[in-house]
Each structure stands twice: as C-alpha cells, then as structure tokens.
Design a binder for this molecule. Sequence first.
Ligand SMILES: [Zn+2]
Length: 313
Amino acid sequence: MTSPTARSFVLAIDVGGTKVESALVDDRGTVLGASRHRAATGAQASSEQLASAVSSVVTRTRASLPAGADLIGVGIGCAGPIHLPGAVSPLNLPVWREYPLKDLVAALVPDLTVRLRMDGLCITLAEHWVGAGQGIDNLMGMIVSTGIGGGLILGGVTVSGPTGNAGHIGHIEVGGFDDPCACGGVGCIEAVASGPKTVAWARTQGFTGESGEDLAAAYAAADPVAVAAVTRSGHALGQAIASATTLLDLDLVAIGGGFSNVTPDLLDFARSTIAGRVQFAYATRVRLVPSALSGDGPLIGAAALIHRAELVP
Ligand SMILES: [Zn+2]
C-alpha cells in the first residue's frame, strides 16, 4: 500500500524540434528540478540519434525517483503532426515520419502506462490545470514562437481528434495574406506571425535586425518598421483567433511562447481585430490572456496526460 504522505510522480517527456526534455512531475503539477534532463534533437540528427536522446533522458529521469515515491505513468508531448495512438511525424524532425515514439518509450518502462499527445494539447492541459485557464471549460492554448501551435479543451475535456492533431491553430489560413506555408497552405498564421516570419517580413521592409529580441528592442524604441511588423502579426493572430472562436465558442485563449512576449501590445492588436466581429457577441467575448505557465509548461502538460487522465478521453 502507498503511504498517504508519499508523492506520486509522472515521468513527463517533451519532444521538440531542437531538444527533448524529461522530468518527474508530482500530482500538484510541480516539476522535481533534480529529475530534469535534456538532450539535443534537431533536423540534422539521424533517427537512431533521436531515439538515443529520448532513451537517455528517460533513463536518467527515472533514476531520480525519490525513495518511497510512486511512479504512476509516463506522459509524452510531441511536436506535431502525430498519429494516435503512438506515432509521430514532427515537421522539424524530418527523419521521423510515423515514427513509433510511444513504443520506444514503452520498451524503456514496460511496467508503466504510457500516453502520448501533441505538444499543443499538453500546453493547453497545463494552462487548465495550473495556469491561466483554471476553471475554464472552453479554452484554446497557443504557443507563438519559432512556429505557432495550439490545443483545445471544449466542454471541460481535451479534444484530440482521431489522429491527435485537433487544435493545430498554426495552420489556419488568414485572409489577406499570401505567405507560403511549409504545410502546403497559403497564408497560414504560422507563415505570417511566428517570430522568424515576423522578423523576415520586417527585413523585406528594411529592418536590419535578425532575431525576435532585435525586433522587440526596435519596437520598444518605436522603430516604424518594427511597429508595422508587430502590428501586422498581431492583427493576423487576431484574425486566426476570431475564426477559431467563431467556430468553437471559446471562453479564453491563453498565449505563450517566446515571441508572444515581443511586446504586450501584440495581444492588444489581436484583441482589436477580434472586436471587429461586431455582430457576434459570442465571438468578441473571448478573453485573450498571456500564458501563466513557466518554461515547465510542456512537461507539466505531458504529466497531466496521466495525473489528469479524466480530461483526456
Ligand atoms: Zn500551414
């Protein structure tokens, strides 16, 4: 029997385009810092190198389990697209196409339940559990960073879709834009308003900086090109979110990711675009807020696949 004071942990794994991280997360959503390990991934890595990176962090994290604590399962969040129940094809890891990631991990922990979902769903679950979406039953979590991702909770439960890719807001096309997207679409919000795409557009207008940080500094200094670029991306985000909430009747959208912090004005531009749907009070009522998660959000969300399994049908 488990002692009532023993902590129960989930081994959480977050697989992304540049790194894989793992850590133990307790039933309050707290990451055990000493159990956190990371290894590089990247588009140049071979499939064997990626598998080895995952195996190495999982093995090291499991070895960090405190004496007397329970390990109750493994949750994996992975960059999309994915293929439920257990394969992945992360856009930025081209050697993994329908790669059986869940089986790889299950072989390392044969005694434990393993669940896998898209990273955007995990982030949304983390916002609902411990972040900006607590108590909110109709929620979209978004990441605006190198790419744009997202996930959905509707009616109090996560929406995965049959393949696991529901909520992939980054590939909603926005009107008035013709930027080509890696997915094959035209004018996808990721192709318009991600950090790198916003910087790239600014550079076509004469901006000489190279990073989102450069753009943030130029915006803060009222550089007109930086202001135009951030305004363009903010309004495009607003178009995508207005479309999403018109379809889904959301209460809240929580936005995180490095580029979402370029300036607080970014969300105000998005809000002003959403407010333009003047005849649709149900759409304009949606609240747009910054993420309340730390950098631990992806791991907390992966752990919630087990700790809050009732929210993940
Ligand atoms: Zn796209």
